[in-house]
Every structure is written in C-alpha cells, then in structure tokens.
Design a protein around this ligand. Structure first.
Ligand SMILES: Nc1ncnc2c1ncn2[C@@H]1O[C@H](COP(=O)(O)OP(=O)(O)O)[C@@H](O)[C@H]1O
Ligand SMILES: [Mg+2]
Length: 403
C-alpha cells in the first residue's frame, strides 16, 4: 500500500527543535517548518525538512492575521495532519491555526492553560493543587483586598512570558501600584502572586493518550529567578526516584496534567517547595520540552531525548501506537553559565562522567551522569565552583528570551 506520509507543520519562532525535526523525518513524515524570516540563516537541519516557510517578523513577533493567511495559502496544496508548536511563544499560534484549518490536536481553550499563567493557576486550584496566593492585576478593589489579606513581598508576573523575564518583586502596596502604573496598558497582562522563598523543582513528562507514560523530577540548584536576575551559574539535577520529594512531585504533576487536558506530547512543569511550610506549590506548566538544555540533562540520565520522543508521539496513531523505549534510571546534573572567554576551554572538566558539553560562544555548559546520586552532588559542587572561578560572567536580563 502506498500511503501518503503524515504531514506535520512545525512552528518555531525561535531556533530550536532540530532533534524533533530529524526524528519526524526518520519516522517518514513530511516535515514542513514555519519560522521567522530573521532565522533564515540559522543551521536548521535542512536535510530533514521538506519545505521551509518564513514569516516576516519584528523581534520574532508575527502578525497573526498574516500568519493565518499565509498558512491558509499553503493549505491550498498541502494537507496538514498535525500542527506543532516548538516554542512556548508558538503555542497559541499553533492552536489558532488548528482551529482555523480544523486540524486535530490542542485547540484554543486547552492551549490557554499551557500559556497563560493566570489560566493555569486557576485550573491548578480547581484540580486541588496548592499555589502561592495570587490575583489578576485587573480589578483595583480586588487587588487591594488581596494585598490586605496576603502578606508581602509579592511578585508581579507577566502572564505570557518565559525565562524569568519581566518578573518584579515588590514589598509594599505603594510599590505595587507604582509598578502597575508603569505597566499602563499592559497591566492586565500581569498577575500578582505571593513571593514564596523556597527550592524550585521541575517535572518533565511524556504524555500519550492523556496518560503520563514517563515523568522525571529534578531540582534547580538555585531558584531560576535568582539565576537570571542576580546573575548566577544555572544548574539542575535529577532527583532520586525513591525520594519522598520526587514521589510527591510526580503525583502532583499527574494531577495537574490530567486537569489541564494535555492528550499527546511533552510537558515541563515547575513547583516551589516553601521553606516555611515544606508544602509544594504549583508554579507553571507548559506543553513543550524544558529550556536551558534540560533535554540534555534528561537524555543523560535516561537515554530518552524528549525532542525525539515528542516527534514519535506526534506521528503515533491507533495503528502505530507510541511505545516508550527502554531507558536508564541514572542520576544526572547540568551546569550552564555565561563565560567571559569567547571560546572557553572546557578541558578542565575531565571527569569520565561528563557526557555532554555545550559548544556556544561565551558559554560553558556540561552534563554529568552517574549511577550514584552522591557522585553527581560531588561533581556539581566541584564544577560549579570551577565555573565561578575560571569562566563566570553575567549580563543584564533582556526584554525577551534570546534563545
Ligand atoms: N511566587 C513566587 N515565589 C518565589 N519565587 C517565584 C515565584 N514565582 C516565580 N518565582 C521565581 O521566578 C522564576 C520564574 O517564574 P516562573 O513562574 O517559572 O516564570 P517563567 O515562565 O519566567 O519561568 C521561578 O523559577 C522562581 O525562581
Ligand atoms: Mg519557570
């Protein structure tokens, strides 16, 4: 039988997802990529892409109407079986296109839970999860009531951003209202939330047919906000599966994703463990792989590449169900930092446990893997210190994510 290959339109307003595109091609799909004109010269895996389309952009922003018209134009001769958003910022665009062209998958309503930090909080509360007390920065009296009830400090957080960008800490109602005035027309695109000192964790999952078929919990060495706002080395590590924290996190994440309605794909969710109460509070979720090379961390620990697994999920069907490949259960740690050297010499990180190195100008980064949790603790300690001593640099936070 000579069947038409499954045709997958991938949206990427950032240069990412090479392994996703490659795996799609390996699976025999017709791979179509829609990206920003400004990313035309990035090293896309062209050999795995059948057609590539470019959207004119200013700062990677696409005019929605133009995108719908452009893709509909292509749809006169291409049938899209799947539309996939490779980046957070593409999630609502992909949902919009699915709704417009009546392609299956996540529609506008579900996509909202994975993009809008206000919607995801409301949903998490409905599902019985604990969250830091929050309020929409919309109705003055309601906000004042909240400020009277919930002791500060608070964070003012953009509903649709990522990477710690735009989050501001305030300590008094006066400070909050000054900031709110500065936000002007953008004010309602923010929420206010109690700042909870604590440790931040992430759970990365594979979801097939609405069920979590794989998930793994990890702990950031320092809260990501401190890393980006104060300039620190970024580091995270997998948690031992038998640990009580890992079990609690995986359980909460299961509840969360079931309530959000993700049917097929991958997810990266974050939780904060309050120093004061020990309670695990929901921070955010997404329908994508984690950023900052978390894919490499998890591949180190398990052998599963979440980009590739995501591609396999997208092309799966009743006739060809998704099967989770055999995987390991090692411990892994990740370190990433800006470096003062243009081409840092990473040969000092010479332990046999180093399985991956980041090759990017003005960056150092590596993944270590071992069957032993203690060995990962030891390596992360030594290597983080080494990064601070020999390489570390920091720069002010940009207005938008840069990768
Ligand atoms: N309510 C909070 N209390 C304490 N820290 C917070 C809170 N909300 C966010 N943060 C810090 O800011 C970081 C980014 O917040 P998050 O909600 O995950 O947004 P982003 O999409 O920018 O990652 C978190 O990892 C954490 O370090
Ligand atoms: Mg986050």
């Amino acid at each position: 039988m000579n069947e038409r290959p499954l045709s997958v339109l991938c949206l990427a307003s950032y240069h990412k997802g090479e392994e996703f595109l490659r795996q799609l091609k390996r699976e025999g799909a017709r791979v179509l990529l829609l990206t920003s004109k400004s990313l035309e010269h990035e090293l896309w895996p062209r050999e795995s892409i059948d057609e590539i389309y470019f959207m004119p952009d200013v700062n990677k922003e696409w005019v929605t109407e133009d995108m719908i018209q452009g893709v509909s134009h292509v749809a006169r001769t291409e049938r899209f079986d799947r539309i996939v958003a490779l980046d957070d910022f593409d999630v609502e665009k992909a949902a919009m296109l699915r709704e417009h062209l009546r392609v299956g998958g996540m529609g506008d309503t579900t996509a909202r839970y994975f993009r809008d930090k206000l919607a995801m909080r409301t949903r998490a509360v409905e599902a019985g999860l604990a969250v830091p007390p929050f309020v929409a920065l919309v109705h003055d009296e309601t906000v004042n009531g909240y400020l009277g009830r919930v002791p500060g400090p608070w964070v003012v957080k953009p509903r649709f951003q990522a990477g710690g960008i735009g989050i501001k800490k305030v300590s008094t109602p006066a400070e909050l209202w000054t900031l709110s005035d500065l936000l002007a027309g953008k004010r309602s695109f923010h929420l206010v939330e109690k700042f909870v000192p604590g440790s931040v964790y992430h759970v990365d999952s594979i979801v097939d047919g609405g069920e979590i078929v794989y998930s793994i919990a990890s702990a950031y060495a320092k809260p990501p906000m401190e890393v980006v706002h104060e300039g620190r080395v970024f580091s995270t590590r997998t948690l031992s599966r038998d640990s009580a924290t890992s079990k609690r996190l995986l359980d909460l994440n299961g509840k969360l994703l079931r309530s959000m309605g993700l049917r097929q794909g991958v997810s990266h969710s974050e939780f904060i463990e309050s120093d004061a109460s020990g309670e695990l509070l929901f921070l955010e979720t997404s329908s994508r792989v984690g950023g900052a090379h978390i894919v490499e961390l998890i591949e180190g620990a398990t052998g599963l590449n979440l980009w590739a697994e995501w591609a396999r999920l997208e092309v799966s069907s009743e006739e060809k169900p998704y099967v989770l490949p055999p995987h390991r259960d090692d411990a892994a740690g990740l370190i990433v930092s800006l470096a003062r050297q243009e081409k840092p010499d990473m040969s000092v990180f010479d332990a046999p446990e180093v399985v991956w190195r980041l090759h990017k100008k003005h960056h150092v980064g590596l993944v270590v893997v071992s069957p032993s949790d203690e060995r990962i603790t030891e390596l992360l300690e030594t290597y983080t210190k080494r990064v601070y001593d020999d390489f570390f640099a920091s720069q002010p936070l940009p207005d938008r994510p840069t990768s």
